[in-house]
Design a protein around this ligand. Structure first.
Ligand code: SF4
Length: 408
């Protein structure tokens, strides 16, 4: 399994697969073909269908500028492609095509360049499933946090503290911001309203849940507004982990080092899902993004609460299990509805999952590895309309209603 450094990426929203991945690919292609007179980029599958809403064309144009770039939105059936998020780069001098590169944007900002798979970073962890990791930890009498340090080295905590501070900054900036999010849907930012709203009779539990929601909205709104965020594990689901951690740090005053430990444990969960299934909405629906984020957040909370490895596994499993089948149907291809609200609901579900795992440990029948495999099998069986194409679900009904309103 790869380093968890590859999971937490700092970059601009709104989509790790539709903006961060293509941005990385464009930088590589431009660096390799600096003398091109023009570029052509062809987007396929989900990239073609939701690329405008997600800002794929904008980011490609920015990176490849000042060289003229034509973006082609292909209607080619993604069934012919290895991954639904595929893009072809071509460089031209006059009429002659001088270079080409096929790229798959596989989620979380990661890319695979056709024919160069070996360029992937080396594995850092020998174990590739939770069962293997848990067995190793029991054999060595170490915790999951110690397992992370053993494989990544103690420097990982400095890296993760930086990641934590970036997450906290994205939430704080989101709590300050007001107004309408870009994209034309007229979605009002709500984080600050949720944060400031308080009734005299309000019981503390309601206030705490409101805070969790406010933090999740803040990060997800920053992402929708093309702000700087951390993938956890993706841009669209970037609010879940920071919301739970902000709430817990605020309540129990944990040090930033403890937050880094929690991110380390969450990173193991996210990386296992990335390796053994998918964190791409285009490949497996929203269960792969928000479901994975919820699993990570539940595990992070267990680490902060010093729950043992069995409870960490159980919490992560519950969190994923109850997202199985969740579709990806973003309205107008924007990462706003249902995405922003969904981050808040998943953050609250992560807290519930950790609490439930703590109370019911010993009664578990489903393993984390099993639920991850189920998520993948469910995802690849899912109708294409529900895998980040905006051709089904809320996206379809909303555009039909909008069309009726406009008399179309
Ligand atoms: S619905 Fe879920 S998977 Fe789809 S764009 Fe929104 S957050 Fe990402």
């Amino acid at each position: 399994m790869k380093s968890i450094r590859d999971l937490y990426k700092v970059g601009k929203g709104p989509s790790s697969s539709h903006t961060m991945g293509p941005e990385r690919a464009a930088r590589i292609f431009k660096q390799e073909n600096p003398d091109a007179e023009r570029y052509e980029v062809t987007l396929y599958g989900s990239l073609a269908l939701t690329g405008v809403g997600h800002g794929t064309d904008r980011v490609l144009g920015e990176v490849l500028a000042p060289t003229p770039t034509e973006i082609i939105f292909s209607q080619k059936d993604p069934g012919d492609l290895r991954h639904p998020n595929t893009l072809d780069f071509a460089a031209y001098k006059g009429e002659e095509k001088t270079a080409s590169m096929r790229v798959e944007s596989i989620g979380g900002g990661d890319i695979v360049i056709e024919g160069r798979e070996s360029a992937e970073p080396d594995d850092v962890y020998p174990e590739n499933s939770f069962a293997e990791i848990a067995q190793y930890c029991r054999w060595r009498y170490i915790s999951l946090r110690e397992y992370v340090e053993l494989n990544e080295g103690p420097e990982i905590w400095d890296f993760l503290q930086t990641i934590w501070r970036t997450m906290r900054a994205e939430v704080e900036e989101g709590l300050e911001a007001t107004g309408i999010l870009p994209g034309g849907l007229n979605v009002q930012r709500k984080a600050r309203y949720l944060y400031e709203r308080q009734h005299a009779q309000e019981i503390p539990q309601v206030r705490e849940l409101q805070l969790v929601c406010a933090y999740a909205f803040a990060a997800a709104e920053q992402n929708a507004a093309n702000g700087t965020i951390v993938t956890a594990p993706t841009c669209g689901s970037c609010g879940v982990v920071p919301a739970v951690l902000m709430y817990l740090q605020g309540k129990y005053h944990y040090s930033d080092l403890r937050m880094a430990h929690a991110l380390g444990v969450a990173g193991i969960i996210g990386n296992l899902i990335r390796r053994n299934a998918s964190i791409s909405g285009a490949e497996c629906g929203c269960q792969a993004e928000i479901g994975s984020a919820c699993s990570m957040a539940a595990a992070a909370m267990c680490e902060l609460m010093e729950f043992p490895i069995e409870q960490i596994e159980y919490a992560a499993e519950i969190a994923m299990e109850h997202h199985l089948g969740l579709t990806c149907d973003p309205i107008c291809g924007l990462v706003q509805i249902p995405c922003i609200e969904r981050n808040a609901v998943a953050a609250k579900r992560a807290i519930d999952s950790a609490n439930l795992a703590h109370m019911l440990v010993g009664t578990r029948t489903i393993s984390f590895d099993m639920v991850v495999r189920t998520m993948y099998e469910t995802g690849i069986s899912m109708n294409r309309a529900f895998r980040e194409t905006s051709e089904g679900g809320l996206a379809k009904l909303y555009s039909r209603r909008a069309g009726q309103t406009l008399g179309k």
